[in-house]
Design a protein around this ligand. Structure first.
Ligand code: ADP
Ligand code: MG
Length: 250
């Protein structure tokens, strides 16, 4: 599904990603962990085609197609979805309208308000979102938990091939984390969406049980493993990994 080959990216003179190699098969959930400032968000944005970064080397393949030169809109069309660490609020843009447009564009359909209501029903249930909330404006005055659940609702409607979630669990209480995790598990299983999840917290991972965990240090994937790697990180910290496991590049 997603294949990243020797990806290097920089901002101005500063190289941030220094050769990322990563493969995520269809329907697998992979997690990226690492201390602040190592390039996790940069990787998320570069995958989505942000113009803030210059790609100096490497390729990104989605379903064997090289998407590294496509712009953000084209990548979204091909099925890449990014949930932001800090979603923007758009006062004046009503959620119900926004979501219906989003769905119609993605599915090249023109669902009426009542047809779309049916599409939403089980999705709202899964995320425990009250229908009344849809009369509010996009992210306007939303709590952390509400914001993240709406990011997940967009994901459910768009049915992407690849979903990138950047710190979707930050500032979210344990109940909302469980809801988000359930939704991720559901989408990975039912839609065979591949996930790249950036997180600092073990708790979300205990609900998700990812297929693979990758530790990013200084712009590269320093180590990959299963959930036991998360336990090791929790006990020993990133410095231990940095010192005791010399970088292996593929
Ligand atoms: P992480 O998400 O792992 O905490 P980031 O990817 O946000 O880290 O940032 C990695 C490094 O790149 C940091 O030193 C950050 O200051 C720098 N950086 C990221 N984006 C930009 C940008 N648009 N302009 C300048 N520096 C940036
Ligand atoms: Mg970040």
């Amino acid at each position: 599904m997603l294949s990243i080959k020797d990806l290097k990216a920089s901002v101005g003179e500063k190289e941030i990603l220094k050769g990322i190699n990563l493969d995520i098969p269809k329907g697998e959930v992979h997690v990226i962990m690492g201390p602040n400032g190592v390039g996790k968000s940069t990787l998320a944005h570069v995958l989505m085609g942000s113009k803030a970064y210059q790609l100096s080397n490497g390729h990104i393949y989605l379903d064997s197609e090289d998407i590294s030169q496509l712009d953000t809109a084209e990548r979204a069309k091909k099925g890449v979805f990014l949930a932001f660490q800090y979603p923007v609020a758009v006062p004046g843009l009503r959620l119900s309208e926004y979501l219906r447009n989003l769905y119609n564009i993605r599915h090249e359909k023109q669902l009426s308000v009542s047809e779309f209501r049916k599409v939403l029903k089980d999705k709202l249930q899964l995320l425990e979102i009250d229908r009344v909330t849809l009369q509010r404006y996009l992210n306007d005055g939303f709590s952390g938990g509400e914001m993240k659940r709406f990011e997940m609702l967009q994901l459910l409607l768009l049915e992407p091939k690849l979903a990138i979630l950047d710190e979707i669990d930050s500032g979210v209480d344990v109940d909302a984390q469980k809801i988000v995790a359930n939704c991720i598990n559901h989408v990975a299983k039912e839609n065979k969406t591949s996930f790249l999840i950036v997180t600092h917290y073990q708790r979300l991972l205990s609900f998700i049980k990812p297929d693979k965990v990758h530790v990013v240090l200084d712009g590269i994937i320093h180590r990959s493993g299963d959930m036991s790697l998360v336990d090791e990180l929790e006990r020993k910290g990133y410095d231990h990994i940095r010192q005791n496991h010399p970088t292996v590049t593929l």
